[in-house]
Ligand binder design. Structure first.
Ligand SMILES: [Zn+2]
Length: 299
């Protein structure tokens, strides 16, 4: 039953006393019975929360009443009480970890979804760049997008050297909600990419307006739902890593030291228990019997 509301929001804004703000946020969220994850740093706030619609509405009202967050865009989708296992409110060095102190979020080259779409349509030579992780792009992406072979955003600074060939092109970058692009755009510009634009509000905001236009597959989300999708005009591009069967069912590699996310169909898993291992681990000769795993990860 999808009777809970899930919200996604962020803002880069100076927060003077992050630790005190964490305590306030924790009290607010737990008082409202919300679950999810709120990360707070001196550079801002990054949250995704789920709760009954009335509790979420109260949270958003409280957030917007704070002058620092009065203009925060809140993206909504539906979920249930199991979308998140619990509530986590934490302070971090960064609200999304790039690992480069000198890179500050930039907003001056953000485009609204309609401007971004128009620029893409009018510039067939432009590079549409997906700055999310490898597994996210495997479930869905803009048609023709260049994807990054990274497992975590903090690998992007090293990966930029692989994107050199696009340096003199117009780059239209996107991520899920926009938070990563604000840093990724600054990173690329610092490396000499001069013509970079970012999708304001990310895939989520774009799809609210344009559905599956230019978009293929599902949108990966970092909660129990794993992906969300718009059914109208859906082109499924997710494929089982072992059988090639269309699916967007994600599992973690059974081998705990690896644990990478990959797409695995139920049918393939039933056929062969070794398929609980990702293709890379299988290629090293590991098998179901020889993989290291705890009971918690075997189900
Ligand atoms: Zn693996």
């Amino acid at each position: 039953m999808h009777d809970w509301t899930v919200i996604l929001f962020y803002k880069y804004v100076s927060i003077g006393e992050p630790v005190r703000f964490v305590a306030e946020q924790r009290e607010l969220c737990s008082g409202l019975g919300l679950k999810g994850r709120v990360l707070i740093a001196s550079e801002g706030i990054n949250g995704t929360l789920a709760g009954p619609p009335s509790a979420i509405a109260q949270y958003v009202t409280t957030l917007h009443a704070d002058a620092r967050f009065s203009d925060v865009a809140v993206k909504m989708s539906s979920g249930d009480s199991d979308t998140f296992p619990k509530l986590i409110v934490k302070s971090r060095r960064e609200i999304v970890a790039l690992g480069l102190e000198e890179i500050r979020a930039e907003q001056d080259n953000q485009l609204s979804p309609s401007d971004w779409k128009r620029m893409m349509e009018e510039n067939p030579d432009a590079v549409v760049l997906d700055v999310r992780n490898r597994f996210e792009s495997e479930a869905g992406r803009f048609a023709g997008a260049v994807v990054c072979e990274i497992e975590h955003f903090r690998e992007l600074p090293a990966y930029v050297s692989q994107l050199e060939e696009f340096k003199d092109k117009k780059v239209l970058m996107y991520c899920t909600g926009g938070i990563r692009c604000e840093k990724a755009a600054a990173l690329l510009r610092s490396r000499g990419f001069d013509d970079v634009f970012q999708l304001h509000g990310g895939i989520v905001t774009y799809q609210e307006q344009f559905g599956n236009e230019h978009w293929e597959g599902e949108c990966f989300v970092f909660d129990q739902r794993m992906t969300v999708r718009i059914d109208d005009g859906l082109v499924q591009i997710g494929r089982c890593a072992h059988s090639g069967r269309p699916t967007s069912r994600f599992v973690n590699c059974l081998h705990d030291p690896c644990h990478r996310l990959f797409i695995l169909s139920r049918e393939a898993e039933r056929t062969n228990p070794d398929f609980r291992l990702c293709p890379e681990c299988l290629a090293t000769g590991l098998r179901f019997e020889t993989a290291e795993y705890t009971a918690a990860n075997s189900g």
